[in-house]
Write a protein that binds this ligand. Structure first.
Ligand code: ADP
Ligand code: MG
Length: 340
């Protein structure tokens, strides 16, 4: 009762206060649980229906992309070897296959059976035998996924299964940002389980400040100031288990070996305009390790990156020199990746 009375009053106040200056809408926030993660959306809008539309988009994408929901297109492709795809899944698959190619196969959508063998899909973890991994790796090769654009159909060779999990959240944030932009929103920040995607600046025109999670602690090791960017991190600290011998195994798998990628990085953050690209890159750069990731940046230069090495170094691309800083008393040393 009390709330109902109060709400119209607030609106009157906002209106009268904004009679001269253009109105700055209040942030509408919502928390969703989807794609195995908590999503926090914060959107500066007066349109009450937008949060509901955003939630519907997320749940529609989730139900097409899930590997475990028997109604999903990906489930069907994995179960029967082929599936007709909805426009969204087709678009994501096309983008993801290009990114598998661009990252030289560090990203490989067909790694799924190996991820399953390690138990990351069920939470019942185990260390697979070398023989099991070798036989599973025979079916891992994204270049053998056939996609027919005319019919929007994907066909998989015998024994292959795919998973778009490494890029699904990045694609979802791209679609959410697109929806909000179309509806005239100029300011929003979406946090999809650590994948941050910003639309515009803060309503007052200042930059958003994004804390980058310390892979070795609970807090942030650095702060990035940015606008209109996706900031996406992958790390070994997200999902992992400890084997009987004390070795830590995590959920990002090197397709060359079938083992969790241990190539010198504890986390990789990719920053750029497109969520799906940054999501693919955060996974792929993590797998590549510091030297190869730096070479990849030198070759492409269409993103920025923050890499945390297993020697307590933070490596940043030159474009971040003015926008990124370590927190005070950081245990990390900061190095700028050389241009050449
Ligand atoms: P998260 O989804 O935890 O934020 P990522 O975006 O890095 O992290 O995606 C990791 C997920 O992608 C894993 O849970 C696994 O299902 C899948 N995956 C693991 N290794 C690869 C790989 N080399 N290529 C593509 N997908 C991978
Ligand atoms: Mg990723």
């Amino acid at each position: 009762m009390f709330r109902k009375l109060l709400l119209p009053l607030c609106m009157v106040l906002t209106f009268s206060a904004c009679a001269k200056a253009p109105a700055t809408p209040e942030a509408k926030t919502s928390k969703l649980f989807a794609m195995d993660t908590v999503m926090d959306l914060s959107v500066y809008t007066e349109d009450d229906s937008l949060m509901e539309q955003a939630a519907q988009l997320v749940s529609q994408l989730e139900s097409s992309l899930s590997t475990t929901d028997s109604g999903s297109e990906i489930y069907q492709a994995n179960a029967t070897g082929s599936a007709a795809l909805s426009p969204s899944t087709a678009e994501l698959l096309e983008q993801a296959l290009d990114l598998c190619e661009k990252t030289g196969g560090a990203l490989d959508l067909s790694i799924y059976p190996v991820v399953q063998a390690w138990g990351f899909t069920t939470g019942t973890h185990k260390v697979p035998s070398r023989e099991e991994l070798a036989s599973l790796l025979e079916h891992v090769d994204y270049s053998r996924i056939s996609y027919c654009a005319a019919t929007q159909t994907v066909t998989l060779p015998e024994g292959m299964k795919i998973d778009l999990g490494s890029v699904a959240k990045g694609y979802t944030s791209d679609r959410l940002i697109q929806l909000l932009r179309e509806k005239g929103v100029r300011s929003a920040v979406l946090n999809l389980g650590g994948n941050v995607h910003m639309l515009g600046t803060k309503p007052d025109g200042s930059l958003w400040r994004i804390g980058i999670k310390d892979p070795q602690g609970e807090s942030y090791f650095g702060i990035l100031s940015a606008a209109d960017q996706a900031v996406i991190t992958s790390g070994g600290y997200e999902r992992f288990f400890e084997g009987e011998d004390g070795t830590v195994y995590w959920h990002i798998i090197d397709p060359k070996t079938g083992y969790p990628a241990k190539n010198g990085l504890l986390s990789a953050t990719a920053i750029g305009a497109q969520g799906v690209y940054c999501d693919a890159l955060s996974t792929a750069l993590f797998i590549m390790g510091p030297e190869q990731a730096a070479d990849f940046w030198r070759e492409h230069r269409d993103f920025e990156a923050i890499l945390v090495t297993d020697r307590n170094e933070v490596l940043i691309t030159p474009g971040l020199v003015d926008s990124f800083r370590l927190v005070e008393d950081s245990p990390y040393t900061l190095t700028v990746i050389a241009e050449e």
